[in-house]
Ligand binder design. Structure first.
Ligand code: ADP
Ligand code: MG
Length: 566
């Protein structure tokens, strides 16, 4: 079964789906932006870590340079700040940074701190050894100055040695080391038995090992420092990267939502509009057909929406309308019948009047005939009888018309060709036409279709019309008979035109009334009235155009037969 939705359901769906797209898009975007906000915090922390580590490294350099407690404490302070930052990191962020990296960070900080301690110790050792070297150096200097020369030891040699010692302390590089070393071995060679020389050399040896110890700790410290720096930079970079990709995803999401809306939005709106308009259009189509007079149409009961009940009431209305129409037709018939009855009332008095004259005439002729019988010649007697015959004829005419008017004859409708009917009717009046000095011109249209008629009745109408035309041209004239199609193609038209006296405008509304006649004893006034009734039962029309002194045209319209009994 097809889904049956009400119009407002369809409207809600049509509006809701695009709105839903917008809503879902907005919610996702909102969520994402919220995440970005949280991320921003991570980035800040990551930046803090980086800054803290760099600060440590800076202090580390100074410590390397000054090698004293003050600068060690500076490094400690910087480490303390970093530790504080690390301890302020929430579990959530730790997870985000990655447990592994976080452990490496922590570990590195600890190792670094240990190395700083170790290095400080080493520096202190250095200081002590340096003191000793200086002391031993002075002793050696003194002994040489006091002339206690051992071997070929000269003051200048010792002074040079002391210079190389200072150089080494200052530069701590390979070159100064080698120079010192060479000078020392020379010292050993030159003064093998010099005790001050041995102590001095020993002190220098201790200095070298203290220096190398510091150097190795410094190296380890730098390595750890580098690791610390690397990991801090990595964390900071990764957090930035994550934010970037978050924003990219949000961007894509928004774009997708907008694209979806652009694609589906118009589609849904169009579908909704169509859904709503289609049944309404269908109803409007039907209303048009009803307006054109077709009461047999019914609204289809397709959609089970609001138009369903509309279509239902529509159909009920149509049923009522048709019933009303039938009643009206019935009423019309009754009215026609009652009018006819009324006419019959008039008719009876009319008939009485109409018949009285010829009857009186006959009666008078009979009386006169009887009284004068002996005095009458044979011609006179024949003339009398002729008059009787005439009066009787008149009575017969009246009675015949009367019968035509009042007695509803059995109708026998058949398909027919109007031209044939016209020709047959003409034959019936040919004799009359011949003696009335009237020329006839007949134009029969070809291919005008067929009609569905009671042929006898239509002939009667045509004979009535032609008779009237003849009577309108007592001095002779022209009779035109034409057949053809109406301009809309719905009717077959038969026009009968005379060049007679015409009908005064004030009579025009009455010519179809029963007994309306301007012909005195010559007319019954029933011809037009009977004809009108016949044409109406054929669903046709009869129209008149007339001008006094010029003539009249009567046009009969009969519906073209289309193969159905309608
Ligand atoms: N072709 C016509 N020309 C002039 N008048 C006409 C014509 N046809 C009808 N009439 C007028 O209409 C009246 C009624 O016609 P009808 O009903 O046939 O009665 P009747 O012919 O017996 O008088 C006529 O008396 C006449 O006045
Ligand atoms: Mg007549």
């Amino acid at each position: 079964m097809q889904l049956q939705l009400k119009i407002w359901h369809k409207m809600i769906i049509g509006i809701a789906i695009p709105s839903l797209i917008v809503l879902v898009g907005s919610i996702f975007t909102y969520e994402y932006l919220n995440d970005v906000k949280d991320r921003q915090e991570f980035v800040e922390i990551a930046d803090d870590i980086k800054e803290d580590v760099l600060e440590i490294r800076r202090n580390e350099k100074n410590f390397f340079l000054y090698r004293n407690a003050e600068h060690r404490d500076n490094v400690y302070n910087a480490i303390f700040i970093l530790k504080n930052t690390i301890s302020s990191i929430s579990q959530e962020i730790i997870e985000d940074i990655g447990q592994e990296d976080f452990s490496v960070l922590n570990e590195s900080v600890q190792t670094y701190t240990d190395y700083i301690d170790e290095l400080y110790e080493s520096y202190r050792e250095e200081t002590k050894v340096t003191e000793r070297v200086r002391e031993e150096g002075r002793k050696l200097e003194d002994s040489v100055a006091k002339g206690r020369r051992a071997g070929g030891l000269t003051t200048s040699f010792v002074l040079n040695l002391r210079r190389l010692e200072k150089n080494y302390m200052f530069f701590r590089d390979k070159r100064s080391f080698l120079e010192l070393h060479t000078a020392l071995s020379e010292l050993g060679d030159t003064a093998p038995g010099c005790t001050e020389c041995i102590s001095y050399k020993k002190a220098i040896g201790d200095l070298i090992s203290a220096y190398s110890k510091s150097a190795s700790v410094e190296k380890k410290l730098q390595v750890t420092g580098n690791r610390l720096e690397k990991i801090a930079l990595k964390i900071a970079r990764r957090e930035r990267q994550k934010i970037k990709s978050f924003i990219t995803v949000t961007n894509r999401f928004l774009l997708a939502a907008v694209a979806l809306l652009c694609l589906l939005g118009p589609f849904f709106v169009y579908r909704t509009a169509k859904y709503i308009v289609t049944p309404i259009n269908r109803l409007s189509e039907i209303t048009k057909r009803i307006a054109a007079g077709d009461l047999n149409v019914r609204a289809p009961l397709k959609e089970r929406d609001e138009t369903y009940s509309l279509a239902l009431s529509f159909n009920t209305m149509l049923d009522h309308l048709r019933e009303r129409e039938n009643q009206l037709i019935e009423k019309e018939k009754e009215l026609y019948q009652s009018k006819k009855l009324a006419s019959i009332g008039i008719l009876t008095s009319g008939v009485a009047h109409e018949l009285t004259n010829p009857l009186n005439n006959i009666s008078m002729i009979a009386q006169t005939y009887t009284e004068l019988y002996d005095k009458l010649s044979r011609e006179d007697r024949l003339a009398f009888m002729n008059n009787v015959e005439k009066e009787a004829e008149r009575i017969r005419d009246i009675v015949r018309d009367l019968l035509d008017f009042s007695k509803p004859k059995e109708k026998s409708f058949r398909e027919a060709d109007i031209n044939t009917v016209v020709e047959k009717s003409l034959k019936l009046v040919q004799n009359m036409l011949d003696i009335s000095n009237i020329e006839t011109s007949v134009t029969l249209g070809s291919g005008i279709g067929r009609v569905f008629i009671d042929e006898h009745q239509i002939q009667q109408v045509l004979v009535n019309l032609i008779t009237n035309a003849i009577q309108a041209m007592p001095g002779g004239g022209r009779l035109y008979i034409e057949t053809g199609l109406s301009s809309d193609g719905e009717f077959v038209e038969i026009a009968i035109r005379d060049t007679g006296k015409g009908i005064p405008p004030e009579f025009l509304p009455h010519i179809f009334d029963p007994f309306f006649s301007t012909k005195g004893v010559e007319g019954t006034g029933l011809g037009m009235s009977v004809s009108y009734g016949i044409i109406k039962t054929h669903k046709g029309n009869i129209k008149v155009q007339s001008k006094v002194g010029e003539g009249s045209t009567f046009t009969v319209e009969l519906p073209v037969y289309r193969g159905d009994a309608a």
